[in-house]
Write a protein that binds this ligand. Structure first.
Ligand SMILES: *[C@@H]1O[C@H](CO)[C@@H](O)[C@H](O)[C@H]1NC(C)=O
Ligand SMILES: *[C@@H]1O[C@H](CO)[C@@H](O)[C@H](O)[C@H]1NC(C)=O
Ligand SMILES: *[C@@H]1O[C@H](CO)[C@@H](O)[C@H](O)[C@H]1NC(C)=O
Ligand SMILES: *[C@@H]1O[C@H](CO)[C@@H](O)[C@H](O)[C@H]1NC(C)=O
Length: 530
């Protein structure tokens, strides 16, 4: 599986700390090379290969895998399957630790337009002793572009592959992964989990919605739910800049974000460059009009039109909708969605690849369309059209989780409040929708808990000031297997000089506050308050 890597990705987040495998007797194990193909309803297996990989290394790749993972001993299973009538070829890769299996199965997800990250998500899982699986859903495997699979030869959207990406392949991979694990180890995994962020977070919630028996527990980070709408809304900053014919220098965007953080930083009792409750923060870009900003030695003045553009970007496309689902929080960086580029001395819009590609391939069905030309009225039209055509397929936001709840499933959802790519309010909104859909007497927090993480960008990637959850998967396992329900998630921030601080991420709707004395860098001196 080859991923084409560019500067930024939306990676699956798995705990970076590896535990030492414990020896396993393995008395009932099947030889890796003697494994037989699984039986997956609705599919035909095209190819099946199982081989041992000994002392195997997966090398670090920026933003996908933090550190090299070496010394892996695994049974590596590669399956290619096809869905009857779909003319697809779906790859599924399953990794079974040859030593120290922890008795569990872990489903892993994708990022951007990729359904799975293969070795980059399987290696950390294997290092922790999980049998795990990843699938490409029959797509190209490139997280950055659906170019190779979005349209059929006659220019129509490839609905079969979109359905694979949206939901079908997550389930097939899980069926395959569990069957092969059982066959190999001679006993069923005692528990099954999902861990994913972004597209991976969306896939986790899809499992809970559509295939409630697949997992006992699911970690969904920054879930890309409501895809058909929120992805179009990611285009909004470009629409605003186009309408005002004003493309903002990233240095001014950064200056604005920093000023907003400074204005609201201390509300939680501590100055740490983090806005803990963006909802309580009010900071108008018009306050900066007339100031000048030092941009790499060049002085740029913050004009009224710049303030207007930033104001309109932050207001979001539907300001009258009080939930403001598609607006970024103050403190979130603006550089990806409001990106620009200078060509022949002229600054122009440079849309983020997810919304740009979604609009061109799926909504407009015209790969050559220039999305920087989209203005207010066309934006509105495309927003509705995307939802009309694809909301059912890839909205992934059905709030009815009764099946998952009834079979005892647990969900941990977390989302950085400074996420600049997926609007955190969508996660809050879904939380309330799930709660509203519950039958009386079922308390939300008995099976579904949301953690909003102050000052953290998309999936904890990029340079943010906030502390990132260290290991939500372990909290989930303790919840499922020992009934220890998570009130907080442990989080850590560190920087290049080795400085670290800890925080406890409070369970929504609680929020963290400094107790007023003691080390401000230690989670021990914060409490969760309403
Ligand atoms: C091996 O298989 C037998 C019979 O299926 C079962 O009773 C036993 O618990 C298994 N042992 C292990 C270590 O899984
Ligand atoms: C495993 O591979 C590493 C290099 O990645 C090598 O240094 C080491 O000797 C190997 N160990 C064994 C047991 O083969
Ligand atoms: C902004 O767009 C340029 C040109 O397309 C690209 O090279 C750069 O990576 C983008 N930056 C961000 C932050 O997206
Ligand atoms: C790391 O954080 C410490 C404490 O805030 C600060 O003094 C130091 O300059 C930071 N280093 C870098 C490289 O950002």
């Amino acid at each position: 599986m080859k991923l084409q890597l560019k500067s930024y990705t939306i990676a699956l987040l798995i705990a970076p700390v590896l535990t030492q495998p414990t020896p396993n007797s393995g008395t009932n194990w099947t030889q890796c090379t003697s494994l037989k193909p699984p039986n997956i309803p609705g599919t035909t297996i095209i190819s099946f290969k199982a081989q041992e990989l000994l002392n195997y290394t997966v090398s670090a790749v920026p933003l996908l895998l933090k550190n090299d993972i070496s010394g892996l001993n695994i049974c590596d299973v590669d399956i290619v399957l096809t869905h009857q009538g779909a003319q697809d070829q779906v790859k599924v890769k399953i990794w079974l630790p040859l030593e120290g299996w922890n008795g569990r199965f872990l489903g892993t997800g994708g990022s951007g337009f990729a359904a799975g990250l293969f070795e980059y998500s399987l290696a950390p899982a294997a290092g922790l002793g999980y049998a795990s699986a990843s699938t490409d859903a029959g797509l190209s495997g490139d997280p950055y572009s659906p170019e190779l699979w979005a349209l059929t030869a006659d220019g129509k959207v490839n609905t079969e592959l979109l359905v694979n990406f949206a939901s079908r392949s997550v389930h097939d991979m899980t069926v395959a992964g569990k069957q092969i694990s059982t066959q190999f180890y001679g006993t069923k995994p005692h528990h099954s989990y999902w861990n994913g962020c972004s597209t991976g977070g969306r896939q986790g919630l899809v499992s809970a919605q559509k295939y409630p028996a697949d997992f006992d527990g699911i970690v969904a980070g920054a879930p890309a739910i409501d895809w058909a709408r929120y992805v179009v809304a990611e285009q909004w900053p470009q629409v605003v800049m186009k309408e005002h014919q004003t493309y903002v220098d990233p240095c001014l965007l950064k200056a604005f974000t920093q000023s907003a953080i400074s204005a609201c930083d201390s509300f939680d009792g501590v100055n740490d460059n983090v806005i803990t409750e963006p909802k309580r923060c009010v900071f108008s870009p018009f306050k900066l009009v007339g100031t000048s900003v030092d941009c790499n030695g060049k002085t740029i003045s913050f004009t009224r039109i710049i303030a207007t553009v930033i104001h309109d970007i932050l207001r979001g496309p539907f300001p009258k909708d009080t939930s403001n689902l598609y607006a970024l929080n103050l403190g979130a960086p603006l550089d990806y969605l409001s990106n620009t580029t200078v060509l022949d001395g002229v600054r122009k819009g440079s849309p983020f690849f997810v919304n740009d590609a979604w609009l061109r391939y799926f909504v407009l069905k015209d790969p050559s369309f220039d999305t920087t030309t989209i203005g207010y009225s066309e934006f509105k039209k495309l927003f509705s059209q995307s939802q009309d055509e694809y909301g059912e397929i890839i909205g992934s936001n059905n709030p009815d989780l009764s099946g998952f709840q009834k079979q005892g499933g647990k969900l941990i959802v977390w989302h950085g409040l400074s996420d600049q790519l997926i609007f955190p309010q969508g996660t809050v909104n879904y939380h309330h929708q799930v709660e509203a859909a519950l039958k009386h007497r079922v308390a939300m927090d008995t099976f579904y808990r949301t953690f909003l993480v102050p000052g953290v960008d998309h999936c904890g990637l990029g340079l943010t000031n906030g502390a990132v959850p260290v290991d939500p998967l372990s909290s989930l396992v303790a919840w499922v297997e020992q009934d220890v329900s998570p009130d907080i998630l442990d989080a850590l921030a560190s920087n290049a000089t080795g400085f670290t601080l800890t925080r406890s991420i409070c369970r929504y709707p609680l929020t963290s506050r400094y107790i007023g004395h003691g080390d401000q860098n230690s989670a021990a001196n914060y409490i969760c308050v309403p």
